[in-house]
Design a protein around this ligand. Structure first.
Ligand SMILES: NC(=O)c1ccc[n+]([C@@H]2O[C@H](COP(=O)([O-])OP(=O)(O)OC[C@H]3O[C@@H](n4cnc5c(N)ncnc54)[C@H](O)[C@@H]3O)[C@@H](O)[C@H]2O)c1
Length: 434
């Protein structure tokens, strides 16, 4: 920078010691050499550059790069068709595409639909948010029951369109999402990617499908956010989310309204309240408390403001499955065709909870009894990173409209979870392998 004159035009070239000819000759050889070197460098760069790979530091890019890699072909189409085919004995069968089928709730509902004779096809991107081997184990179990899980992302519209070409879905059970409240501070874009962009991508394909399917999808009790009215009713305020996760679920509810209004899609949103049970999610407290208690680690128990109790309306997975089936069975047909609305369509939202919140310290006492191990506990103030002090569902609407009636209390449900957990994590020698 120092050699550039501050006033343009004042800079004078030094005289060259070479004759004009020699100067021209040398400069053309130099130019040629420079251009050849440049070509060589570009060529080498192409040769040694590795193919684009999913980047771990950018999950959005990683997920996008997953597209189109593992689907297609005759054998694949055959599996899609066979999985989506209802059993001949089933009267008025549903043909359901379950997104997030390798997940906790998705695997349970897929199995239940298949058992009663409906056609079921799963879709999941097997992301690494938690132990993928657990998702793979659920996949094998479903596979043995005749449910095929297509490996792909809901953001991949060409895959979605292809699935609609191969199978005539009557219903979509949309459970694929980036779950978890605290992880949003670490990886916010994954929430936007799956819960907002992914939902829109799915609705876009559904709206153009002919006939359009009816959609049932998972919202969350977290939309109640800072709401203090108890128990939480569907008509309560949901405009004060306490986490990005909650905000994306709330956005989903508004997006659902738009697609229902413009395109006549029949859409039912389900606000699940802390679902637990066998094959559950390792990022949830009841699950990692079990692991930590067995490993002799200290578990943190949150307390709310002013030493308040933190409580959750824990809902057993079988009750949630019944709520999902009830929603699918009562969903009316979408009214649009070819992307155009032909009349008003059903738009619903339901709480699916258990109506009896339990303090987290009671959850720990139940686990201690079932595991026969005393937990090492430390009480800490609930960090302000998205969790709310309590949840409590009013389920009268779901009771009335879906016949939803939860029947499993926390003690009974945790007993089943612990039995599964000890069996699942026991290695061949009978020791617990985490
Ligand atoms: N479990 C609960 O307590 C609870 C509470 C409220 C709401 N929910 C909602 O219920 C649904 C199911 O929850 P879960 O507990 O089974 O979670 P989960 O994480 O076990 O299941 C979600 C599945 O979706 C898949 N997925 C995520 N993003 C995807 C994408 N872009 N494309 C394709 N697949 C994708 C994941 O791989 C995972 O297998 C989620 O929408 C969640 O937000 C769950």
């Amino acid at each position: 920078m120092d050699s550039i004159p501050s006033t343009p035009g004042k800079f004078k070239m030094e005289k060259s010691p070479y004759s004009p000819f020699r100067h021209r000759f040398h400069s053309s050889v130099a130019k040629l050499l420079f251009i050849s070197l440049l070509f060589l460098a570009v060529f080498l760069l192409f040769l040694i550059k590795p193919p684009p790979s999913p980047s771990l530091s950018n999950p959005t890019e990683a997920r996008r790069n997953l597209h189109s890699t593992t689907w297609g072909g005759q054998a694949w189409e055959k599996r899609v068709r066979s999985s989506s085919r209802p059993k001949p004995h089933r009267s008025k069968p549903l043909i359901v595409l379950v997104t997030g089928a390798a997940g906790f709730v998705g695997s349970h509902v897929s199995a239940a639909l298949k058992r009663r004779g409906d056609g079921v096809l799963g879709l999941d991107n097997f992301n690494h948010y938690y132990d993928v081997s657990l998702k793979r184990a659920r996949q094998s179990l479903l596979n043995s029951q005749g449910v095929f899980i297509v490996e792909g992302d809901i953001n991949d519209s060409s895959l979605l369109r292809k699935l609609f070409d191969v199978a005539a879905f009557t219903h979509i059970l949309h459970l694929a999402a980036q779950a978890g409240v605290r992880y949003a501070m670490e990886n916010p874009s994954s929430y936007i990617d799956s819960n907002v962009a992914g939902f829109v991508s799915l609705l876009e394909v559904c709206k153009s499908a002919n006939p359009q399917p009816a959609i049932v999808w998972a919202s969350s009790s977290s939309v109640y956010g800072l709401n203090t009215e108890v128990p939480f009713s569907e008509s309560d305020r949901t405009d004060r989310p306490a986490s990005l996760y909650a905000a994306t679920k709330k956005a989903g509810e508004e997006i659902a309204h738009t697609y229902n209004h413009i395109y006549g899609l029949s859409i039912t949103g389900l606000r699940f309240f802390t679902v637990y049970g066998p094959w559950g999610r390792p990022d949830m407290a009841y699950f990692f408390f079990t692991k930590d208690i067995l490993q002799g680690k200290t578990i943190p128990i949150f307390e709310g403001p002013n030493h308040g109790t933190v409580a959750r309306d824990f809902t057993y997975i079988d009750d949630i499955v019944k709520g999902c089936l009830g929603s699918l069975d009562t969903a009316e047909k979408s009214t649009g065709t070819g992307g155009k609305k032909r009349g008003p369509a059903q738009l619903r939202i339901f709480n699916l909870g258990n109506t009896s919140p339990v303090p987290v310290k009671d959850l720990v006492s139940i686990l201690e009894r079932l595991l026969k191990v005393k937990a090492k506990k430390t009480i800490i103030k609930m960090p302000r990173n998205g969790d709310v002090p309590f949840t409590h569902a009013n389920i009268s609407l779901a009771q009335r409209e879906l016949g939803y009636k939860p029947t499993t209390d926390l003690q009974t449900g945790l007993k089943k979870f612990v039995k599964w957990y000890l069996g699942y994590y026991k290695d061949v020698e009978g020791k617990l392998a985490f």
